[in-house]
Design a protein around this ligand. Structure first.
Ligand code: SF4
Ligand code: SF4
Length: 584
């Protein structure tokens, strides 16, 4: 390969790397307590597999991956789980996250390990091993690696191993390449196998000559067809798109992925972790972390996840005026809410800060539209426009200006003569957009629930109405049958009429026509005929329910009735005679 290609923008801040590369990588000692957050990668939060009081071995899985876009977490040492509870995480927000708290027993006893021969495994089997071993991108993105290790569908792939490590102060990849180059390449062999890559390029900035030499020696020792390419030192040469541009000349446009162009990029630390997982059977429980800044002995440590950052600062000799802890470098790093948050998979560097080392920035001034930020933006964005729209909370416009393509490298803020903390505005815009998306999803779900409930209530109402209609129809049919009396209706007692009319109305008999009583003389008034029919029905009902006290009488009772009737006849006769006498 010839001269590397150039990428747009970038800056050249003071690197401050030499301090932490004077000594070899040291293994950080065990702290008295380790806090292992379950969520340490992009994707779902792993489910806890242990409870307080359980004893765990080093490398034992304590959090199972939540689906495929997730990565498991493991006990970094042997000991006792003393709690599974929310603890403050390594994030500037200071939020707490479900974590497994382990008290080490000091034995550091491993679970029995099961190395694999990747040649004898299917692609899916290797991906499952990597997911269950918790392997994620160690360049900072912590994206589950198994998801990126798929062969190109219709094109040969190029594998890029990223050893550029452009951010000031950070030297963990540099030292890893110097000391463990062959194991990085062994991980690269597995990746190449998975991707079916015919080309492997290893990009290293020209301020790491020892690392480049070590990698070249390892390539020769393993007899691998891999190329070490040295690129100019210019921040952010280690950004994935920038390194791909430098090594291949391919410009990955907005909204596209490098795999669309047949290129997949991994950090050298990730390659090393893949070697450890597959070839040695060790899950990802540690990484190399640079400890630098306001400390007496800056250097790199191999650190178990869950180790408090304050423990590392003590090992490196943090100076008394240290007043802050930063995770990552000064360009892209985050201020930690307190020094004892745990080291996680994304922790490539811990910087002890002080007022002397990082003086407060001058006051923010208005944007003068000088476009210096545009000139240095490696993502070819319009930082000043995104700033204006983020400031005005016009988040739709920030998206139109591709705010999500911003890699938060900080080059724009680094050169801004108005000292505007531009990256803070972009992070604010992204956070707001994500929050609104989440709210929108929640609102959509609430609306769906409401619509479903309304539909269900409507359906229940309709079913109820249909049942009532059937009942009413059955009632009408009964009424029609009832309005056919067997004989002409006799006159009803006057006091029965109002109740009978009401009954007729209630039963819908008003719908029955006057010819409903064929045996009776048709009434000229249909309404009257209906009333008479109802009266007749009422009479029949009365008769039906009236006690039958004239049935089954004894001979004595019958004789008594005859006697009573005779007395009544005499009384009626006397009354009639009396009336006639009175009239005469
Ligand atoms: S560099 Fe600063 S002042 Fe200049 S255009 Fe960009 S945001 Fe405005
Ligand atoms: S922080 Fe974003 S906008 Fe600013 S230079 Fe970097 S990529 Fe461009």
């Amino acid at each position: 390969m010839g001269k590397p290609f150039d990428f747009h923008g970038g800056v050249k801040p003071q690197t401050n790397k030499a301090q932490s590369t004077r000594e070899a990588i040291a293994v950080a000692s065990l702290p008295s307590q380790m806090v292992v957050p379950l969520h340490q990668s992009i994707g779902g939060t792993p489910h806890p597999l242990v409870q307080a009081g359980e004893r765990v071995l080093k490398g034992q899985r304590i959090g199972a991956a939540d689906g495929n876009v997730s990565a498991a977490v493991h006990a970094p040492t042997s000991g006792t789980v003393i709690a599974v509870e929310p603890r403050v995480m390594a994030h500037t927000s200071g939020l707490a996250m479900l974590s497994v708290v382990i008290e080490p027993d000091g034995e550091d006893a491993w679970l029995p390990l099961s190395p694999s021969n990747y040649h004898s495994l299917q692609g899916d089997e290797i991906r499952d091993l990597l997911r269950d071993a918790g392997v994620v991108g160690l360049g900072g993105a912590v994206f589950p690696s198994h998801l990126k290790l798929k062969a190109g569908k219709d094109k040969r792939m190029t594998l890029v191993l990223n050893g550029a490590e452009c951010e000031p102060y950070i030297t963990c990849d540099d030292m890893l390449m110097r000391e463990r180059a062959q194991d990085i390449l062994r991980g690269g062999q597995i990746m190449r196998h998975m991707l079916g890559a015919d080309t492997v390029l290893i990009g290293i900035e020209d301020n790491k000559p020892e690392a480049a030499a070590a990698m070249r020696a390892a390539v020769a020792a393993l007899g691998e067809d891999m190329q070490v390419v040295v690129v100019p030192t210019r921040y952010p040469a280690g950004g994935a798109k920038q390194l791909i541009r430098s090594l291949t000349g391919i410009e990955v446009p907005h909204g596209k992925r490098s795999t669309d162009y047949g290129v997949q990029c991994f950090n050298v630390g990730t390659a090393y972790a893949i070697h450890e997982t597959i070839n040695l059977g060790r899950p990802l429980i540690s990484r190399i972390v640079t400890v630098s800044g306001n400390v007496e002995r800056p250097r790199n440590y191999e650190v178990l996840f869950g180790t408090p950052m304050s423990h590392l600062l003590r090992l490196a000799g943090a100076k008394p005026d240290t007043d802050r802890t930063v995770m990552g470098g000064p360009m892209m790093g985050y201020l930690m809410p307190k020094p004892d948050v745990p080291v996680v998979k994304a922790t490539n560097c811990v910087i002890a800060g002080s007022r002397a080392l990082f003086p407060p920035p001058p006051p923010e001034m208005p944007c003068i539209r000088c476009t210096a930020c545009v000139d240095v933006c490696p993502a070819d964005l319009q930082p000043h426009e995104m700033y204006w729209f983020a400031r005005a909370k016009n988040f739709g416009k920030t998206q139109e200006y591709h705010v999500f393509d911003c890699i938060e490298c900080g080059c724009c803020a680094y050169v801004c003569p108005s000292h505007i903390p531009l990256v803070d505005y972009y992070r604010f815009a992204k956070t707001e957009i994500w929050a609104r998306e989440r709210n929108k999803d929640a609102a959509d779900q609430a609306r769906e629930r409401f619509e479903f409930r309304t539909l269900r209530e409507q359906r229940e109402k309709e079913e109820k109405a249909a049942k009532l209609a059937v009942k009413a129809a059955a009632g009408r049919q009964t009424a029609e049958k009832r309005v056919v009396p067997p004989a002409p209706p006799p006159a009803a007692p006057a006091d029965a009429r109002p109740a009978a009319v009401a009954a007729a109305r209630a039963e819908g008999a008003l719908a029955v026509t006057a010819d409903a009583a064929p045996g009776a003389a048709p009434s000229p008034d249909p309404k009257k005929a209906l009333i008479e029919a109802a009266i007749e029905r009422a009479r029949q009902q009365r008769e039906a329910i009236a006690p039958k006290n004239t049935e089954n009488l004894t001979a004595a009772q019958k004789a008594e009735i005859v006697e009573i009737e005779a007395r009544r006849a005499k009384i009626r006769e006397r009354a009639r005679t009396h009336d006639e006498d009175a009239r005469q």
